[in-house]
Design a protein around this ligand. Sequence first.
Ligand SMILES: NC(=O)c1ccc[n+]([C@@H]2O[C@H](COP(=O)([O-])OP(=O)(O)OC[C@H]3O[C@@H](n4cnc5c(N)ncnc54)[C@H](OP(=O)(O)O)[C@@H]3O)[C@@H](O)[C@H]2O)c1
Length: 231
Amino acid sequence: MVELAAKRVLVVGSSGSLGGQLTRQLIASGATVFATASSVESAERIPLGVSLRLVLDLANPASIQGVADHLLSIDTPLDGVVLAAGLVGFGSAFDTSPTSAATLMQVNYLGQAELISRLLPMLTARAAETGEGFIAGISGLVAEKAFLGMSAYSASKSAFSSYLAGLGMELRRYKITVLDARPGHTETGLAGRAIFGTAPAFPAGMTAAHVASVIVAGIIDGKRELASTDF
Ligand SMILES: NC(=O)c1ccc[n+]([C@@H]2O[C@H](COP(=O)([O-])OP(=O)(O)OC[C@H]3O[C@@H](n4cnc5c(N)ncnc54)[C@H](OP(=O)(O)O)[C@@H]3O)[C@@H](O)[C@H]2O)c1
């Protein structure tokens, strides 16, 4: 069992719908939350009650390095990281440009993985002191099952899911639990913010509050994966 009270947690994508819910629920559990948004404007959507707001653009390696360096330089080591940022795009493989696919891969997988790599010295040192740490990421149902018109998004999420599984194996000996959460469609408005293409008609999805509560419970229970059927 992970006791969230007094834990320091970075929520990447706290300005988003799921990230916002996760932020609120972590704060309600007694955690101190450091939060990121991709811009100064969108940082306005970070929930009240966070202890630090940071601008992090996962598409920009300099931004990732700057945020990581800042977090490493302040005297407040993190106990956990929740990776809740992401972009989506829709369309057939015929119509998906390499640039669009690369953007999804960068934001949904490579950027988040780079941030974690840069923070690992702090996370492993902190877990050595406390005996526990965690990293939770949201891949999604698309990492389990293919859907028409979502090959580029699915590829980025499958890469992220595989990354989290491999990272989890590596970090076991440091007492850091890595969780891969794979929820299905959730009513966050993400589909309407696609960076290319148009979303298909989805059936009604889950609420962001429900999905966040399952993820927070999974963190507390030390789970390593939450399959789509767990939501
Ligand atoms: N909604 C679903 O059905 C569903 C299902 C399964 C998995 N997921 C995953 O859950 C995560 C959260 O999605 P959501 O539904 O809550 O969508 P959302 O409300 O649109 O949130 C997306 C978050 O990603 C951040 N983001 C986007 N581009 C970024 C960049 N270049 N650098 C840093 N941050 C960036 C956004 O920051 P700004 O707002 O500051 O730009 C926002 O905080 C995503 O990884 C998504 O793929 C969603």
